[in-house]
Design a protein around this ligand. Structure first.
Ligand code: PEP
Ligand code: MG
Length: 330
């Protein structure tokens, strides 16, 4: 694979047989947007908002958050900006939101949307700030979307929608400028993957958080090197779940993206494309080389590879097989 940034960044994200892909960037704030644009991303697929909170001694107020989101939106004109609500807990904690003692199982505990629900006033502040910032998207032709992390149950999806509705009603009553936005869920909990068909009617889009989905499927901490041999995106059960989820989203006509690390791993990229995934979100620095890889792929050849990969029973067999196939493809 050629990996020269200058050559690849303006190349369209399109496969050898002319299928258009959407390659998006993962960001932590407006400061990352110029790199996302420079690397030729089609927009932002994941804005991790926790950094705004982690860098504050107290909960950032609505105005501070509004400015942070607005600045990111304005810095990515003519594209998409997918903002994720606070995903704190697990490995990242903030004392002012009640993280005063270490949980025995932080990744299975009080994190992410679960924590937002217990702080409805802070959650409301974030929702209001996003909806207000979204109104600025029109001036630069950028579509803002909002998504919720760690969704586990159908009730949680309903509750997030109700809370967004409430924030919008407040802003309307106050005559504040805001925009309605598509609402999506992150799919990163096995229970949600199993319930995907119950959840799809309630969401406008899905973003697969494979970093968490893999760790929860394999019951292997994503940050613990002792179990990294288990926490593998190419593990056969992981591939089966991903194939099922992507198929369900496509069948329902709901846009689906994958924003975990595997989106930028060539072996996984080929398999995800073959499963029907057309939108990938990754660290901006990987986008040029993924465009280059895409230019070597056809749907037919990748589907043949996927069919064979799905018959393999071990992660090492999948890895070996995919390494051989990549050497032939690109
Ligand atoms: C993921 O879980 O794959 C994801 C993108 O979210 P984060 O890495 O922020 O948990
Ligand atoms: Mg996650």
């Amino acid at each position: 694979l050629k990996n020269t940034l200058a050559e690849n960044k303006d190349q369209p994200a399109v496969t050898a047989d002319g299928i258009k892909l959407e390659l998006l960037a993962n960001i932590n704030g407006a400061i990352d947007c110029s790199a996302a644009v420079a690397m030729g991303s089609a927009g932002v697929g994941l804005f991790r908002t926790e950094y705004i909170y982690l860098t504050h001694p107290d909960v950032p107020d609505e105005e501070e958050q509004y400015i942070a989101y607005r600045d990111a939106i304005l810095a990515t004109p003519g594209s998409t900006m997918t903002i994720r609500t606070l995903d704190i807990g697990g490995d990242k904690t903030v004392p002012y939101l009640g993280h005063t003692h270490q949980e025995a199982n932080p990744f299975m505990g009080w994190r992410s949307i679960r924590l937002s629900f217990e702080h409805p006033e802070f959650f409301n502040t974030q929702l209001r700030a996003v909806l207000r910032a979204a109104a600025e998207g029109a001036s630069v032709n950028t579509q803002v979307k909002l998504m919720f992390p760690m969704i586990t149950t159908v009730e949680e999806v309903r509750k997030t929608r109700a809370m967004v509705r409430k924030a919008a009603q407040q802003l309307r009553a106050e005559n504040k400028r805001f925009a309605e936005v598509p609402l999506g869920m992150m799919l990163e909990v096995p229970a949600a993957a199993i319930s995907i068909n119950d959840m799809l009617p309630l969401v406008d889009f899905v973003s697969i958080g494979s970093n968490d989905l893999v760790q929860y499927l394999m019951a292997a901490d994503r940050d613990n090197p002792k179990v990294s041999h288990l926490c593998q995106p190419l593990a056969p059960p992981v591939l089966r779940v991903l194939a099922t989820v992507i198929k369900a989203c496509n069948k329902a006509g709901k846009p689906v993206t994958l924003c975990g690390e595997m989106a930028a791993q060539p072996r996984a990229f080929v398999l995800l494309f073959a499963m029907g995934l057309r939108s990938f979100s990754m660290s901006a620095s990987f986008i040029p080389s993924m465009k280059e890889l895409a230019a070597h792929l056809t749907e037919e050849s990748c589907r043949t590879i996927l069919r064979r990969a799905l018959t393999l029973r071990t992660t090492s067999a999948v890895k070996r097989y995919m390494a051989e196939q990549l050497a032939i493809l690109a």
